[in-house]
Unconditional design. Structure first.
Length: 263
């Protein structure tokens, strides 16, 4: 016969594993790069199970954290999903700034109709935004940004007990500040190419008034494309340190946000 103590130990650990997976699973599916739609869902599920098994003997989680009623379980799952969604959204703001900057520059270059598929969200974005997004993703992995997520994930079980989400005024202010910083970052990324393209439009307008015989519309489009690509390439020396700086800042702010969501 199976020893009842072994049976109870097994059931207790399975329930604890379920508690961990409820928090780990949504984060794997929502975090940047790894959570992109180009990664197969089966791989994400297996990665969630593997990560949860590794964390099982490490994090302070027991079967008692799991509610026993259907309503309580629904609220519990909802709080856990909202918690990790806020953390993932806060990190994705950096990538959203990159895509917004690329969209604005592409519109100035005349590439607003030329889009490619974004592997992160499965939607169509401007080709310049796709280029900057790929560089940002490579930089995110090169500075171990994914390690930041998993380190914060392990520590959240100490800071925020399972189902203990508490959104305070400081949490709202932190999220709003992050959204505001996204727009500032987008302007910083697009500033070199955007400023030159703007002044080229001004120059073409003056040239059209001074010499109406010149076919400005025929000259302006290829010239703006060439100028845009030249200054996008030159601005990479500024783009990469700027992104590394923001990923480093994300590493400092993400744990603070997680602690604030614990009440």
């Amino acid at each position: 016969m199976v020893d009842t103590a072994i049976l109870n130990w097994t059931l207790a650990n399975i329930l604890a594993l379920v508690v961990i997976m409820i928090r780990v699973g949504p984060l794997i599916f929502l975090m940047p790069v790894i959570g992109s739609q180009s990664v197969p869902p089966q791989a994400k599920v297996l990665f969630t199970l593997m990560t949860s098994l590794v964390l099982l003997p490490v994090v302070p989680v027991t079967a008692a954290n799991l509610p026993t009623t259907a309503i309580g379980l629904t609220i519990f799952v909802g709080k856990e999903m909202l918690f990790v969604a806020i953390l993932a959204l806060f990190a994705k703001l950096v990538f959203a700034a990159v895509e917004s900057a690329g969209q604005m520059v592409a519109m100035q270059m005349g590439f607003s109709m030329a889009g490619v598929m974004d592997p992160q969200h499965g939607t169509q974005i401007a080709i310049i935004g796709f280029f900057w997004h790929m560089i940002a993703a490579l930089l995110f992995l090169s500075v171990n940004g994914h390690h930041l997520f998993f380190r914060t994930l392990v520590e959240t079980f100490t800071w925020v007990r399972p189902g203990g989400l508490s959104i305070t005024q400081a949490s709202y202010e932190g999220i709003i500040h992050g959204v505001g910083h996204m727009f500032v970052l987008a302007v910083k990324i697009m500033a070199p190419a955007g400023a030159v393209l703007f002044f080229s439009d001004v120059a073409m307008g003056i040239l059209a008034k001074v010499s109406p015989q010149i076919p400005v519309m025929l000259v302006a489009m290829p010239m703006k494309i060439a100028i845009g690509f030249i200054f996008i390439g030159l601005s990479l020396d500024l783009f990469m340190p700027l992104m590394i700086q923001n990923f480093d800042m994300l590493g400092r702010l993400l744990p603070k946000l997680a602690i604030g969501l614990g009440g």
